[in-house]
Design a protein around this ligand. Sequence first.
Ligand SMILES: [Zn+2]
Ligand SMILES: [Zn+2]
Length: 95
Amino acid sequence: MELIIGAVILLVGILIGRFLPGLGRQRRSVAQVQPVCGCGHASSFHDEKGRCHADNQVARWDGGSWVGTESVPCSCQKYTGPEPLPAFYAPEITE
Ligand SMILES: [Zn+2]
Ligand SMILES: [Zn+2]
């Protein structure tokens, strides 16, 4: 019986997601909210010592003319953003 109720809830969820795309978009934007450091990178880019391992895209200039961008390692040494909440990483459905 519980299985049937679960299946109905799942079906309703799929239907709502299909017919109300705005609702789905809203939920996705909520999921994108994550702790971000002062350097602009998420906490997942920082190791246990707080160092950032992400790359920054910086403009490259050669003789006064812009020649493109290059990736340089982020100089951030310490994560300064909010502590990530365990709830952010908890799987939504475990059964
Ligand atoms: Zn960084
Ligand atoms: Zn950082």
